[in-house]
Design a protein around this ligand. Sequence first.
Ligand SMILES: C[S@@+](CC[C@H](N)C(=O)[O-])C[C@H]1O[C@@H](n2cnc3c(N)ncnc32)[C@H](O)[C@@H]1O
Ligand SMILES: [Zn+2]
Length: 282
Amino acid sequence: MLAEAVRLLACPLCTSAFAEAGGSLRCEEGHSFDVARQGYVNLLSSDSAAGLGDTAKMVAAREAFLHAGHFDPLLDAVAEAAREAAGDEPGAVVDVGAGTGHYLAAGLDRMPDRAGIALDASRYAARRAARAHPRAGAVVCDVWRALPLRDGAARVLIDAFAPRNGPEMARVLAEGGTLLVLTPTERHLAELREPLAMLAVDEHKAERVDAALGTQLVAGRRTEIETEMELDHSSLRDLATMGPSARHTDRAALDRRISALPGRLAVTASVTLTRWRVGPDS
Ligand SMILES: C[S@@+](CC[C@H](N)C(=O)[O-])C[C@H]1O[C@@H](n2cnc3c(N)ncnc32)[C@H](O)[C@@H]1O
Ligand SMILES: [Zn+2]
């Protein structure tokens, strides 16, 4: 596993530092975790792993959709904001709920020499994220628990459509570091809500995010990114399969709904990118 990533990780059982030896990470207290053949380490204890994180099918659909470039304006905006926020200060880029690692990789591409860490509860996601960039390491963990990172390890945190644990994010951010949060607006994928029975964005989403992060972190500049995508049936299937709505719709019903749509459909992607900094009272 990437040595720089190993140096920034903390043992989930005792918070001490890791060293890599013989295909495992071993902490100062002797707790040991195997590095998987695919290059990621699973720091989640097996009894807490059930049901957490995206399935293999969801991750494959996300990979296909992002690879096709439909969200490139979103990826570019996050990557540029990460580069800007990092400046010349030390510290890693950590993607929380990283999925396939596309956002992390786009950021690292713009920052020569900086290491990245992808955190996700899904081992299918971690498997992809471990291959997303030569300077990225991937870790399976539950981000609602203590993040398996040393205090101040991250110069930039990325959180795109993923769970947000305010106190832990504040703890792992370096002094002066930045958390970048990407959240959908109410216009995001609005054209598909009815025809594909996709879950609507909660109209109070922005307020809920602010409330969850606001006690440790201070919101800074917000940028709206909106783009129109031209999606064919295959991309529509990927989009519906990669998101939370997939858990409520079976494949045959989804195919029926998609086949009733035109061969190409204009769909809006609309998100808010918010920059958060560690607040004065944390
Ligand atoms: C909507 S996806 C976003 C993935 C990626 N950030 C992107 O935008 O492409 C949410 C991700 O959060 C992960 N996730 C959900 N609950 C989690 C948890 N408790 N701990 C860590 N990751 C979690 C899922 O496995 C999934 O990869
Ligand atoms: Zn330990």
